[in-house]
Write a protein that binds this ligand. Sequence first.
Ligand SMILES: NC(=O)c1ccc[n+]([C@@H]2O[C@H](COP(=O)([O-])OP(=O)(O)OC[C@H]3O[C@@H](n4cnc5c(N)ncnc54)[C@H](O)[C@@H]3O)[C@@H](O)[C@H]2O)c1
Length: 358
Amino acid sequence: MKTYRIGMIGLGGMAHSHIRWMAEEGRYEIAAVSDVNEKALAEKGDALGIAPGKRYADFVQLIADPDVDAVVSVTPNHIHAAIIRACLEAGKPFLAEKPFTRVFEEATALLAQYEPRPVPGMIGFSYRYTPAFRYARELVREGKLGTVRSFSIQYLQSWGSVLNDTPYIWRFDPEITGTGTLGDLGSHMIDLARFLFGEFKELSSQLRTLVPERRDPATGRMVKIEVDDFVSFQGLMSGDEAGIFQSSRNAVGSGNQHEVTIYGDDGTLHASTLDPERVVWTREEAPGRLARAVVDVPAQCKVTQYGDFLSLLDGGTPDGLPDFMDGYRNQEVLDAVIRASRERRTIGLPDSSDRKHG
Ligand SMILES: NC(=O)c1ccc[n+]([C@@H]2O[C@H](COP(=O)([O-])OP(=O)(O)OC[C@H]3O[C@@H](n4cnc5c(N)ncnc54)[C@H](O)[C@@H]3O)[C@@H](O)[C@H]2O)c1
């Protein structure tokens, strides 16, 4: 079977996970790297054994390199659209980190480019590969919970809390990040809801900045924060499932707590990154007798992100792979959350059957 030569753009924190995942899968060879940070480029280039001629300061050159079969993009959010645009222009398959773009306007421009000439693309909605979430999707689809009426999703982290005295970094700069916790963690919540239930019909929201200023380590001065670090929204999905969502970077004690509780007529299911290979399932054991069981996730729900990327590169269409259109629609929902909060009203989402890629 073919081994794919990967060009990797962005060699910071999250790149470590991507490099490990590729190594665990096999059939990947990192053939070229790109970073604007010279030190990161030299250190990672050395660690990965990349020849000097395959270390690029400019990602456009990496994408054009004929020795690169596919691109993995792990840069801050303001570069996402430019990298996807260059991959579409070059016809190079890609796995690009979330959020899809910094702002929705970039996503609509990419869609116009993609529609006449699609290229295989995957967006880094990695929680589709949390076994408990995939099992929840299977149980919903098989009707094991009965008709689902409502659900709640939360994604809580603590790294931004006052207790941590977190400095001003790019994740607080709107020119680089776009939104705060909304695009960072909220995009995962939106993707999980879409993965489980399909499209959003409408939503209302509030975006808040709970920690108003942070110290810039470069200048020592306090900087006013203009992106959210807390978001809550409520939405209605295509099957009339009503959902509530909350995300925070200031949830003391929550390291990386992403979870869903699904309420169906025949039972309730809870799935969480805190226990990714099990779900908690409450159902009627005998007439009138409820039982709550911790259930192991079956083997068929243990699918990997880089295993699916291989299938995509091989020409397949793996079930549930987060593709280009998932990225676009996610950005559309993110934009609706921003507008709903700003305009203090409920926003309707376009019906996906109205679109070409319905
Ligand atoms: N899917 C997930 O669960 C998950 C988790 C963490 C981060 N992410 C995403 O990964 C992305 C990167 O996050 P991170 O934590 O690794 O950030 P980071 O700041 O640690 O690393 C980003 C790297 O990109 C480099 N870079 C910046 N501009 C560049 C350019 N023009 N060309 C090439 N390299 C450039 C930086 O120098 C840095 O080395 C973000 O978009 C984030 O949303 C996803």
